[in-house]
Design a binder for this molecule. Structure first.
Ligand code: ATP
Ligand code: MG
Length: 392
């Protein structure tokens, strides 16, 4: 019955004269999301409205699922669009619509008509009254409730006429591509994929970097990271994933630094390398998955030591979340099952037994200075592998 979706968007409606930039980004992301759906769609902008209109038969469920991944959408309304052939014709379509959309007629309803063009021969009130009467004639079990109707039947008189009553919630947020780009430090764990998703939800395009310690971490651990990136890419678009060889750095740290400093020295190397890659590829911030107090390396003192290694904003969207909340998110966005696959991460291989929880910058820097930091970073950067990851 539906040939089109009316797309409702929230925040981006209030962006003043830049509004068209946001709408264009949203249209682009909707087109991108619908590409993988069976069927052809035209996505168009029309008087402050965005429509995705099917040109062929299409898979309704697939289309809705795809639209639910597009940041910036707050509501997805499957809509019946008809030409204006007079009120009687409209009423026939409305009755047919209700009959199909609500097999059980024991529902309360209200008609909410709006006219975007005032040359329609009836005003909104008259349409509401008259259409309400026709619906009651056709389906006597239905009842009017003007305060809390179960079915709010919207009739919009525009160039075409839109009939709809269902609004499927979208993900909210801002369209990707409206807030610059950031570099996500993507491990194989539960947290960082969720962090990436949260930042991209604010319209930020994402590149990702993973630190990889072959042979301590296996090829399968790498596949897992690629898989996680491909799940995040469902919400963004292509993700450039940079795999950084990290073995030499970890071996040197293990050899030359006090054991309780291993994790923090290692994290500082990660941050520095990520920052270099970010600057090279035009990212304006780093994104990581820490939450205060979750582990020894995530106390405030430890975060100070880690973040002070770089001169770039470090976005940590999970910072105030509990593990349970993060896990819930991971389930929602579809990364959890992959994150818990048992392949070792480079950090798990070199974890100290008694990490420091109250580190001082000066002490960690002293440990770090036992290494030739710059040479190690350059060698790692020279071995970076770039993988273009597409949506799963
Ligand atoms: P996650 O679940 O994301 O692995 P975590 O709770 O295990 O996080 P840490 O091991 O302390 O936390 O790492 C903190 C953050 O550092 C991670 O969220 C991630 O952003 C980054 N990170 C850790 N290990 C790697 C890695 N091998 N490659 C890329 N980034 C990493
Ligand atoms: Mg981890």
């Amino acid at each position: 019955m539906y040939k089109a979706f009316l797309i409702k968007y929230g925040e981006i409606g209030v962006k003043g004269k830049n509004r068209y930039l946001f709408e264009d980004a949203l249209v682009r992301q909707i087109r991108f999301a619908l590409e993988k759906v069976e069927g052809e769609f035209v996505v168009s902008k029309e008087n402050g409205r965005i429509y995705a209109t099917a040109q062929t038969e299409f898979d309704y469920d697939e289309a809705v699922e795809a639209l639910k991944t597009v940041f910036g959408i707050i509501g997805i309304c499957p809509v019946v669009q008809i030409e204006d052939n007079g009120f009687d014709d409209l009423a026939e379509h409305v009755i047919k619509y209700i009959d199909e959309a609500y097999p059980d007629k024991n529902v309360t309803f209200k008609v909410d008509a709006r006219r975007a063009r005032k040359n329609y021969p009836m005003n909104s009130m008259e349409i509401n009254m008259e259409m309400g009467g026709r619906i009651l004639d056709a389906f006597p079990e239905m009842k009017v409730d003007v305060h809390k109707p179960q079915v709010l039947l919207q009739i919009e008189i525009r160039k075409h006429i839109n009939i709809y009553s269902i609004e499927i919630p979208g993900p909210g947020g801002m369209p990707i591509g409206t807030a610059g780009k950031a570099m996500l430090l993507l491990s194989g764990g539960i947290d960082s994929p969720v962090a990436g998703h949260m930042i991209s939800k604010r319209g930020v395009e994402i590149d990702a970097v993973n630190f990889f310690s072959f042979p301590y971490t296996s090829e399968r651990a790498k596949e897992k990271v690629i898989e996680l990136a491909s799940i995040i890419a469902q919400y963004t678009s292509k993700i450039n994933l940079y795999i950084v060889p990290f073995t030499e750095i970890q071996l040197q740290i293990a050899e030359k630094c006090p054991e309780e400093h291993l994790t923090l020295v290692m994290r500082r190397f990660m941050m520095r390398i990520a920052e270099r890659l970010a600057r090279k590829h035009k990212s304006l911030a780093l994104v990581t998955g820490e939450s205060v107090g979750q582990v020894a390396s995530q106390t405030l003192a430890a975060l100070d030591v880690t973040n002070s290694a770089v001169d770039m904003p470090v976005l940590q969207p999970l910072i105030g979340m509990d593990k349970i909340e993060i896990v819930d998110r991971a389930h929602e966005i579809g990364t959890f099952e992959t994150s818990i696959l048992p392949y070792e991460d480079c950090c798990t291989v070199f974890t100290p037994k008694h990490p420091t929880t109250n580190p001082k910058r000066a002490n960690i820097e002293k440990s770090e200075n036992r290494l030739d930091v710059e040479t190690l970073i350059e060698a790692a950067l020279a071995g970076v592998e770039k993988i273009e990851v597409y949506p799963k």
